[in-house]
Design a protein around this ligand. Structure first.
Ligand code: NAP
Length: 319
């Protein structure tokens, strides 16, 4: 299949959901290799100035105490819900700030834009200032995603909408806001749950499988664009909490190490050819074990050989 133009210092990647979680690692690796420009998109607001009560405190337990004191000073009862509400924007801003710092430390440039990726109409306006600064967008990384795991009979329409629209409507919004004929890269964060299905994730599976199919049809229409839909198994981070990681390990599901997964991401996007449009990384989340040496790509083999107790089975192949 036809390859695309290479990434240069003038390349501008606009990434949804990449200022936090596992996608941040992928973007950082990309930044280190290409020293290009990144527009990071997320719903969270971002103010680099912290409120005074935070007092530059870095210790999370101590920060919690300060939040409680602040609520009391405001005449409020410091319930866990209120404490978390006060802490959330501070921790979120720190995560975004760390992502920007890490990207810029590589010689790349980064701007954060606060926008809901499901808002198709607002997207061009939200991006205008960043495009004026960086130039036209040449690559898209669609990493935004949310979960509302529960059995299908317990799901509400709102649950479905939140999960589905973040992935599917989000991709529409991202594509609508660029000149698709100029796009050199389209990277989609899909999931093994889209290909195999997964308990409690009917909405998430549907949405991710639509990303897979969109990748195939986009490549047909735009053969010069390098398109990859990554069907990730669970990562060691992001949505996968320590409790979830334990559960996956108990089921012998391979958990993708951050370094190996992000290396694989950049390698795939940098490949001279674009034969693999849909890639499974890891395995079925319902797995019950296997031989880690099954891995067919560098990241899988590294992961399998790194002695990590998280590595139970690794596998990566094009579908
Ligand atoms: N982690 C895994 O094991 C795993 C496995 C398979 C696939 N994936 C996929 O990989 C992607 C990243 O996962 P993750 O674990 O890093 O997730 P995460 O830590 O929960 O981060 C999700 C990101 O999406 C952003 N986001 C959510 N809704 C948004 C919206 N409406 N508009 C703009 N941004 C939005 C969030 O930022 P704000 O909160 O600021 O909006 C956040 O940056 C997801 O698409 C997920 O489905 C992850």
């Amino acid at each position: 299949m036809q390859a695309r133009k290479s990434t240069t210092q003038d390349s501008v990647f606009r990434g949804s959901g990449v200022a936090k979680g596992v996608t941040t690692k992928c973007v950082e690796k990309c930044a280190a290799r290409y020293q290009c420009k990144f527009i990071l998109l997320g719903r969270s607001g971002f103010d680099s100035e912290e409120p005074q009560w935070v007092n530059d405190c870095l210790d999370e337990a101590e920060l919690k105490k300060l939040a409680m004191q602040e609520l009391i000073a405001q005449g409020e009862k410091p319930t866990p819900v209120k404490v978390n509400k006060l802490l959330r924007p501070v921790l979120s801003a720190r995560e975004i700030s760390q992502a920007i710092t890490a990207i810029e430390a590589t010689g790349s440039k980064a701007l954060y834009v606060s926008a809901d990726v499901t808002d198709v109409d607002a997207m061009p306006g939200k991006l205008a200032s960043a495009i004026a600064t960086f130039g036209p967008i040449t690559g898209i990384v669609h990493g935004a995603g949310v979960l509302a795991d529960k059995y299908i009979e317990q799901k509400t329409v709102e649950d479905f909408d939140a999960v589905y629209s973040t992935k599917v409507q989000g991709l529409t919004a991202l594509l609508n806001a660029v000149d698709v004929d100029k796009l050199t890269h389209l990277a989609l964060f899909s999931s093994a749950a889209g290909y195999y299905g997964n308990e409690g994730q009917a909405d998430y599976s549907v949405a991710n499988e639509i990303l897979n199919k969109t990748a195939l049809s986009f490549k047909q229409q735009h053969p010069a664009c390098h398109v990859v839909s990554f069907n990730w198994g669970p990562w060691d981070g992001g949505m996968v909490t320590p409790e979830l990681k334990k559960m996956f390990m108990a089921k012998n599901v391979y958990v993708i190490p951050l370094d190996a997964g992000s290396e694989l991401f950049v390698n795939e996007l940098s490949s001279a050819t674009n034969d693999r449009l849909q890639i499974m990384v890891g395995n079925d989340m319902r797995a019950d074990g296997g031989d880690p040496s099954n891995g067919t790509d560098a990241a899988s083999k590294d992961a399998a050989n790194n002695g990590s107790s998280a590595v139970k089975k690794s596998m990566a192949h094009s579908l």
